[in-house]
Ligand binder design. Structure first.
Ligand SMILES: [Zn+2]
Length: 351
């Protein structure tokens, strides 16, 4: 093995073993196909797929709208608190395997509300699954309600009540996602202000498929300091300067952006340019099973496609720890733990 190859394989080992943080991850996009099929059968749900290959076929969509449709169809498999406990536990175990120490996992409350599921049961089942994973592995998870903006403001108010009621079960945040094109952030200003007053932290999907106006709206009207994606900020130098000055964090999901068509090809992805512009970034999977990726894969992609170094990767994880929806003392302790452990690992691996 040449010195260069040794370095690459040591860096790969570092990627696998380094302690990580993941802040942009949807529970519903992280369910293994075998589990989806088993849940559909248990609950008598007719899925448009009979086997794992059929589920994989559903994951081949061509644009963001197709993706949202498949997402909604597949969530029908989940029906009881026990289902949520199972998928949360499996995701917790998967995160631990990726050496993720802290994750924020979004759930899509609208889907369950519309099917008349008991949201308290959904949240408490999910929380129980992650609590079990935390007892067995070294991984901690916070829950975020990700509201589909296309369902309007009135329902958002009702679901916010449920989020607040379930803060004692680990709900830490409130977010909007869904159809960004037809539903700008501004009408949700009151809902977000109420969420913040209740003690929830807030974020928004913005600048994924819509340009800078959507990001400015999320920052100014919703008061968010963390954005899901935010990649279209690259089109607006004044916005980039604002993000940098105010340390507003972008949770970037490179493979997701390619798979949904938000970015046409990897070499057009602004990850490196955003990083070089000094914007605080994290790297995430978004919907790992849907997109056929893992957090380690995303880190590898950052190295191979965008030339990120071990230093850069550690910086991404520290940004994640500092931007987490945790009490300040916990954020600092997490950052310290990641920093120390990464330094030890780098010394041992020579990267
Ligand atoms: Zn997302």
């Amino acid at each position: 093995m040449s010195t260069q190859q040794q370095l690459i394989s040591a860096l790969d080992e570092f990627i696998v073993r380094m302690p990580k943080v993941e802040l942009h991850l949807h529970l519903e996009g992280a369910i293994q196909p075998a589990t989806l099929l088993a849940l559909a059968e248990r609950n008598g749900v007719d899925l448009p797929a009979r086997d794992e290959a059929g589920v994989a076929q559903l994951f081949r969509y061509h644009n963001f709208h197709e993706f949202l449709t498949v997402f909604m169809v597949l969530t029908r498999s989940l029906a009881t608190g026990r289902d949520f406990e199972q998928v949360a536990y499996e995701l917790g175990a998967h995160l631990a395997e990726q050496h993720v120490r802290y994750a924020e996992v979004m759930i899509s409350p609208v889907q369950y509300h519309r099917r008349a599921l008991d949201l308290d049961e959904v949240v408490q089942g999910t929380a129980a699954g992650f609590a079990r994973a935390a007892r067995e592995y070294n991984v901690r998870v916070g829950l975020v309600f990700d509201y589909g903006r296309q369902f309007g403001v009135d329902l958002a108010w009702r679901l916010l009540e449920s989020a607040v009621r379930n803060m004692k079960y680990g709900v830490v945040g409130w977010s909007i996602g869904g159809d960004e094109i037809n539903h700008p952030p501004e009408p949700f200003a009151g809902v977000f202000a109420a969420a913040r007053r209740a003690g929830l932290q807030v974020m928004a999907h913005a600048g994924e498929v819509v340009g800078p106006a959507s990001i400015w709206g999320a920052i100014e009207a919703l008061g968010v300091r963390r954005l899901g994606h935010g990649i279209r900020s690259i089109d607006d130098p004044a916005l980039l300067a604002y993000l940098r000055t105010h340390a507003i964090v972008l949770d970037v999901c490179p493979t997701s952006n390619i798979r949904t068509g938000a970015v046409p090809a990897l070499d057009a992805h602004p990850l490196r340019r955003l990083f070089d512009a000094g914007i605080p970034l994290t790297i995430n999977t978004d919907d790992p099973v849907f997109f056929g990726t893992t957090l380690c894969d995303e880190y590898r992609l950052a190295v191979r496609q965008f030339g990120f170094t071990a230093d850069d990767l550690v910086q991404l994880t520290l940004t994640g720890a500092r931007a987490a929806f945790l009490p300040e003392a916990d954020r600092l302790a997490l950052a310290r733990e990641l920093e120390e452990e990464s330094a030890g690992l780098r010394a041992a691996l020579g990267v």
